[in-house]
Ligand binder design. Structure first.
Ligand code: SF4
Ligand code: SF4
Length: 374
């Protein structure tokens, strides 16, 4: 009798319950997602692909790998969380949810990358962001949320770093929205940094403070909010403007073309990954840009710019490698403006183009459209 005949077949230990069983089982290992994945394109390493990472998650789930395994730790951090893999996946794998569950487990306790811990704490300092937003003159608050009104959400980082975005929205939508006080944080950054429970709690609280429809100017915040409180309650600026102006043509402003040096400006777009791959909003920002400028489609517009929530701070070298591809294309396209629809993309692009001493200006879509107002 051979050894093979005497030993029972090796069974994996019971699942650890880290992942939703159905989500983890959905991947059929077809590999369609590999060319869409920025980290796979950079490395050509299967472990840095969506399929490779799902294989690692499965090994973690059944105990074949421990959370402190170096490959697991590296790949949980190297992934941008851009969800480009979801958009091309024929099996409907919800990679974004799997990544949240992975980081939630992987980055627990002592395994949290030290900088991620600092950033999580920083993002809980909502009063500091609120104060910065007031000092820097983000859209003025209008008091408690009014019933039956669409509420403009002031993202934590956006109100502090780019206050003119919310002011521009009010110019585009006069009397159509309120700006409730005491909004708090939506929790999107917490979700990206391994704190699923905290991120849900923040989104639910924000949904209670702003009952009804919430208007967001950041794809990342919008996708996270929609995931927690429901897509029907969340509108991103570009989709809302087209809907609102379509329903109320009398409120459509007479937008003039934006010019540079006496000619119509040339403007490209950097998609927000979570707006594109999460909320599936792609055509609307392009259509709105084309109303006031010559729209130029950049080859990598739909691919992550490397900002990816807190990624540019946690993995600056990898973030820069991802960004360089975009900067090369922007310079080659001879643009006047690069338009963004998310706060972290705005910061990433401004820093990158400044380093290259580029003449291209970075504007949020709201800021570009406001330039065309009479
Ligand atoms: S994630 Fe989707 S596209 Fe990628 S290997 Fe799995 S089933 Fe295929
Ligand atoms: S989220 Fe982005 S970086 Fe991560 S596996 Fe998917 S495509 Fe690759």
């Amino acid at each position: 009798m051979t050894t093979e005949q005497t030993l029972p077949p090796r069974a994996d230990p019971a699942p650890r319950g880290i992942f939703d069983e159905n989500l983890l089982a959905a991947c059929i290992s077809c590999g369609f997602c590999l060319p869409a994945c920025p980290t796979y394109r950079m490395t050509q390493d299967e472990r840095s692909s969506p399929r490779g990472r799902i294989t690692l998650m499965r090994a973690l789930e059944v105990g074949r790998l421990e959370p402190d395994d170096p490959t697991l730790r590296e790949q949980a951090a190297f992934c941008l969380g851009c969800r480009a893999c979801e958009t091309v996946c024929p099996a409907g794998v919800q990679y974004g949810s799997l990544l949240e569950q992975w980081r939630d487990h992987q980055w627990r306790g002592r395994h949290v990358p030290p900088l991620a811990r600092v950033l999580r704490t920083g993002m809980e300092m909502t009063p500091a962001f609120t104060t910065a937003g007031v000092v820097r003159r983000a859209a003025p608050r209008t008091g408690p949320a009014r019933p039956e009104t669409v509420h403009l959400m002031l993202g934590c980082a956006e109100r502090a770093l780019f206050p003119s975005v919310s002011r521009s929205v009010l110019k585009l939508l006069p009397d159509a929205v309120d700006v409730p006080s005491g909004q708090g944080c939506c929790g999107a950054m917490h979700a990206h940094n391994g704190d699923s429970a905290g991120s849900r709690e923040l989104a639910e609280k924000l949904g209670q403070r702003l009952p009804g429809t919430i208007l967001t100017t950041a794809g990342g915040c919008g996708a996270h909010l929609a995931h927690v409180i429901g897509r029907e309650r969340v509108r991103e600026l570009s989709e809302y403007l087209l809907e609102y102006w379509g329903e109320h043509p009398e409120r459509l402003p007479d937008l003039a073309e934006v010019t540079v040096g006496g000619r119509r400006a040339r403007a490209g777009l950097q998609d927000s990954c979570h707006l594109r791959n999460g909320l599936k909003v792609t055509a609307q920002p392009r259509e709105l840009i084309a109303r006031v400028a010559d729209y130029v489609e950049l080859p990598s517009a739909g691919s992550c710019c490397g900002s990816a929530g807190t990624y540019s701070m946690l993995r600056p070298k990898d973030s820069q490698r991802v960004l360089d591809v975009h900067l090369d294309e922007i310079e080659a396209a001879d643009l006047d403006y690069l338009i963004v629809v998310n706060v972290v993309c705005q910061r990433q692009m401004i820093i990158g183009l400044r380093r290259r001493r580029s003449r291209v200006k970075v504007l949020h879509l709201a800021e570009l459209l406001a330039k065309g107002l009479p």
